[in-house]
Design a protein around this ligand. Structure first.
Ligand code: FEO
Ligand code: CA
Ligand code: CA
Ligand code: CA
Length: 746
């Protein structure tokens, strides 16, 4: 979702931005090796792009070495329309939208907040990361296309629950409110049904797809249809030797043994495992908890832990108006569906209250999409932080698997989990048992980007004296390192990034890409830039911003192309910018491919295209959020560039490494969404001819109802395009096809 939490920063460590160590960058021999054969900046205007032409798919997938093809569509223009805009020759339909029933016993969605059921059998809200899972004739996972499939969708959810109630959210009997997970909590009791609906619109949905001709839909009564919500029972699982220590952090009144917990929230990006399971990644989970006025304090260690994650750690004041949470604890003092969101030391021990409830969130949650009865598992070995997504390396038989993971907050880090087990292709279809094999035992690393274009993966282990002796947080054991991994990453000097969002692995060469969506001037000034986060400037046009308001995309190549490598080389693939921003437009974007705040990121195995999705607030005066197609190159195909940074009277320069310019032939705007949405989540059928894209929170900027009689809606999509009952805007999955039936994008 978009983040109104510009000031929520939990990383106050003194980890470097490299501002002090840039001087020798271009003299470094290692870096010269890295950019061997690359295209220097002086030569960029003569990059031999192929002529832009349609229908080039006979040339095979682009990217990496070998013959390249070009994008086969014309860029769509910027758009402020309340619809999804696609290139000529493409069409879309809505597959499902917020509130649609997933079984026939549930009434059709009113789109007026009139539901009296608890939403546990409806499609959730805020569609986000997603993936498709094909089913073979024995009902098992298939990597090949079959005539049966389910679609798993994350429902990130957060601030727009006002659309689910007749007159917006209610507290103390007053309706018309609009709560935000980041603030706006107004003291007072909330109605039970509203809270249940809000708890259940979070999580993950699984539905079985149907296809008749070119028309896509989902089955209403499939046995595969499932909702995983903020209330669903979960297992807590980590390295066998640490399991008892891990459970000690998870002790609650729900399960005093700490072996299980309830629910997943704020599932943002996702992961798909090679064995056929789904990872729903918990991102902004920290903001759902509260310590009520006058409640008992928690101990100093828990306070230190929560401080680094932004979780409530002191009782709210009587006059508080901007504390976090949605007030989910307020409907009852005894019903633990609600009291679990009160994270004070309410009773004599942790086994009798929910002070440890926040420790049960912040994980990758593994779900078997083809086993509706399998209890989802929280994979603690992959660390606890604001998980944006988890993208797997190219699986190679006999080699470990790596999962790349961003922690999405300003100045947070990029992590990697490397499995202890070696990939065995016969594990395909083994569900959560395979998950136990690959995701419980392994090493967790954090990335340090160096000023010379190299990088280091630093293992997060209590044996590292920087961690065991860390002054700001006292770790008791390795389980503590996994549960409080942000502290451990601080201790080893990881690189603070401009808000890591999705990662993606280029299936052609295994290179790893990460979107860094943006950063503020307070946290990325001309004096705190570094080579990997090299821009700090002012966007003075329309919706203004300072720091790195338009974001960038970094990419790296593991040493020896080995997923388990502990070092890598990197460069910057693309810098977001408005085309008229001047010096800061380092990627030389034009009005045809200008973009801002990249977030979703995915490579199509069929076309090789790198798809980029935006969640922007800096150029939304000119265009709604969008999706672009890029033809990747490879790390080192560009050269050194200089960012001339300026914010107010503060100036500075930063040398960095940038891939070859893409130009209008290799970077095009493919889709622009309706008003107030972000574009997030994308997958395809294996032949690349059917694409699924999520439109999240259209109409997000609709004001709270207050005393008005009707919402002043920013968007009416998708009902304005004929989907569902007229009324309020709804998040949705759309299906995109090409009228000539060919591969999307080429
Ligand atoms: Fe949920 Fe980082 O976007
Ligand atoms: Ca702007
Ligand atoms: Ca502009
Ligand atoms: Ca996101």
């Amino acid at each position: 979702m978009s983040h109104p939490d510009d000031d929520v920063v939990c990383n106050t460590s003194s980890n470097p931005h490299f501002q002090d160590i840039i001087a020798s960058t271009l003299q470094n021999p290692a870096r010269r090796n890295l950019i061997r054969g690359g295209i220097g900046l002086a030569a960029l205007s003569t990059v031999p792009f192929l002529a832009a032409c349609g229908g080039g798919d006979e040339d095979g997938p682009p990217g990496g070495k070998g013959k390249e093809t070009n994008l086969g569509f014309n860029s769509v223009g910027k758009s402020l329309l309340d619809d999804v805009v696609l290139p000529a020759g493409y069409t879309y339909q809505v597959l499902h939208a917020t509130g649609d029933p997933i079984d026939s016993s549930v009434l059709a969605y009113s789109n007026a907040g009139a539901e009296t059921d608890d939403w546990s059998r409806r499609i959730g809200d805020h569609h986000d990361g997603m993936d498709i899972y094909y089913i073979d004739r024995k009902g098992r996972f298939s990597t090949k296309e079959t005539d049966r499939a389910v679609l798993c969708v994350n429902h990130e959810s957060s601030a727009d629950a006002h659309f689910f109630h007749p007159r917006g959210q209610t507290t103390n009997g007053v309706n018309g409110k609009k709560f935000s997970q980041f603030g706006g909590w107004d003291l007072g009791v909330r109605p039970e049904l509203e809270v249940l609906k809000e708890i259940n619109h979070h999580g993950i949905s699984v539905v079985e797809l149907t296809k008749k001709g070119n028309s896509w839909g989902y089955k209403l009564n499939s046995l595969y249809n499932r909702r995983v919500t903020a209330q669903t029972p979960m297992k807590i699982s980590g390295p066998a030797a640490l399991q008892a220590d891990i459970q000690a952090f998870m002790v609650t009144a729900y399960d005093p043994s700490g072996a299980t917990s309830r629910g997943t929230i704020n599932n943002c990006g996702h992961g798909k495992t090679p064995w056929g399971t789904y990872l729903g990644c918990e991102e902004n989970w920290a903001f759902y908890f509260q310590m009520p006025k006058g409640s008992n304090p928690i101990d100093a260690k828990l306070i230190a832990s929560r401080a680094r994650y932004g979780v409530a750690r002191t009782p709210i004041a009587e006059a508080a108006t901007s504390a976090t949470s949605q007030g989910w604890y307020t409907p009852s003092d005894t019903d633990d569906r609600f009291t679990r969101w009160n994270v004070s030391a309410a009773a004599a021990s942790a086994a009798e209250d929910f002070r440890n409830e926040p420790n049960t969130f912040g994980y990758n949650v593994e779900v078997d999409p083809l086993d509706p009865n399998a209890t989802p598992v929280k994979r603690v070995a992959m660390g606890r932080f604001a998980h944006e997504g988890a993208v797997c390396s190219i699986p190679k038989p006999g080699k470990p698997l790596a999962f790349y993971m961003g922690c999405d907050s300003r100045n947070e880090y990029i992590y990697k989990f490397v499995s202890a087990a070696k990939w065995t292709p016969s594990d395909e279809g083994r569900g959560l048992a395979a998950g136990d094999k690959y995701l419980n035992e392994g090493r967790l690393y954090v990335a340090k980007f160096k000023e010379d274009g190299s990088g280091e993966w630093i293992e997060l282990n209590i044996k590292d004296p920087r961690i065991s002796g860390y002054a700001a947080y006292s770790f008791v054991n390795q389980a503590d390192v996994l549960v409080n991994v942000r502290h451990a990453a601080d201790a080893v000097g990881a690189t603070k990034m401009d808000r890591p969002e999705w990662g993606a692995v280029n299936p052609k060469n295994g290179e790893v890409y990460f979107t860094l969506t943006n950063n503020s001037a307070a946290l990325r000034s001309p004096t705190t830039v570094d080579a990997a986060n090299p821009r700090s400037y002012e966007d003075l046009d329309g919706r203004m911003g300072t720091g790195n308001p338009n974001g960038h995309i970094i990419r790296f190549k593991e040493k020896g192309s080995q997923a388990e490598a502990t070092s890598f080389g990197w460069d910057i693939f693309l810098f977001g910018a408005e085309e008229d921003v001047g010096d800061a437009n380092l990627s030389k974007l034009t009005e045809k491919n200008a973009f801002s705040s990249p977030d979703g990121l995915w490579f199509s195995p069929a076309s090789g295209i790198c798809w980029i999705q935006t969640d922007d607030g800096a150029m939304t005066d000119e265009s709604n959020c969008m999706m672009l197609a890029a033809i990747p190159g490879e790390v080192g195909d560009g050269g050194p560039v200089i960012a001339n940074n300026k914010v107010g009277t503060i100036t500075g320069t930063q040398k960095t490494f940038m891939g070859a310019l893409l130009g209008e032939a290799r970077l095009r705007r493919f889709l622009v969404g309706p008003r107030g949405c972000e574009i997030t989540g994308v997958t395809e059928s294996p032949d690349g001819k059917t694409m699924f894209v999520n439109i999240q929170h259209p109409g997000e900027n609709t004001p709270a109802l207050g005393v008005a009689s009707a919402f002043a809606l920013e968007s009416a999509w998708p009902a304005n395009m004929g989907y569902g009952k007229a009324g309020r805007p709804r998040s949705a999955t759309i299906v995109i096809t090409r009228k000539d039936g060919r591969v999307i994008g080429l």
